[in-house]
Design a protein around this ligand. Sequence first.
Ligand code: GLY
Length: 439
Amino acid sequence: MNILLLGNGGREHAIAKTLKRSPQNPKIFTFANAKNPGICKISEEYEICSQKNFGEEDGFTHLKKFAEENKIDFTILGPDDPIGAGAADSLLKVGVKSVGPLKSLARLESSKSFTRNLLEKYGIPGNPEFKVFISMEGMNKFCEHLEGNFVIKDDGLCGGKGVHVSGDHFSTLQEGLRIAEKILKEHGKLVIEEKFIGQEFSLMYFTDGNVVKPMPVVQDHKRAFEGDTGPNTGGMGTYSYPENLPFLTAQHLEEAREITEQTMRALEKECGSKYMGIMYGGFIATKKGTRLIEYNSRFGDPEGLNVLPLLESDLVEICLGIINGNLSEKEVRFAKKATVCKYVCPEGYPSNPVKSAEITIGDVPKNVEVFFSSIDEIDGKFTLKGSRAIGFVGIADDIFEAEKLAEKACNAVSGPVFHRRDIGTKELIEKRIEMMMNL
Ligand code: GLY
């Protein structure tokens, strides 16, 4: 079987490694915009194209040619940009199905207003109070109505930088309005919504548009520095427990599943075709229950790094179930283990990262999975490229053991790098539990 993998980050390295464990022994053909030394090693062919060709509709010609030349059976779409631009539609034109939604369905992630309106139109629970704006008219009044506790979301994809939360990213209503004005000038549309208080969690589902099958629940850490301080990043690290996260109840997960199932059905009614791929819900457990922060149309990065190594079922079979609409017949089973993922990043990341500096990777303990991301390797020498460099995932029966493993692996890296030491520690997790108890 020939599988096309689109993308070259840590998430795609995790997908590639999981495919390689398949008893069907598939060949992987990677279409990327940069080299990933980990994916390169396990790919039959590794095609690097320009940024434009990678993520833009105009450039999908190159992608289609690569798929045709390599007689691809199906594609797994990694990053949000090409998914939002319609990579699945382009590949379908040359007869290649994708694990990843068509452009119209991908609005689930690529348009925040689309998803809020969809949930409202179909009476799906989980939405905040919200309004979509294309001008400043009425915005002041609505923000006052929300008593100054609001979130501003750029309507489109912004590489994780499109969300501004009162109290975190701005402190007064006037400051918030200035941010909104800037977004409107640049992108023309935004959503203002009620701010939720609670604990966030990521819950990803495989779906063929008929059923949803959940992966283990994960918690991400978006802020660059310890204690959840500093600028937002793509995600500094994540953890999962063998069962549920300790500050969530089974009810929280059940509500998330209900929201996702209803959204899957609403998408088909709205768009006229089934959503096939990953539905990744960013949820928040509030004192009134589970609420939806946003959906993404792909595996999370780092979340995918936590869950894919635990997958005991065959990812190739799951993908076939997704694209052929018989996912209900496929087994989706994960090992009941704890995981802690920590990303090693260049000093200065995300605002002013060190680039081109050499790093060395010492001994990584057993039971740690290594996923390369923004890093190059030439003749055995590793250099930083400016974004999250290596994701280390400790896997153990116990979360704190998994944390120690990930920490040990991060400390084996020498060079101008840093990571968040607090992810997966007892101190940090206890704070989260206490916060939920207080709520
Ligand atoms: N973990 C954040 C993301 O994948 O968007």
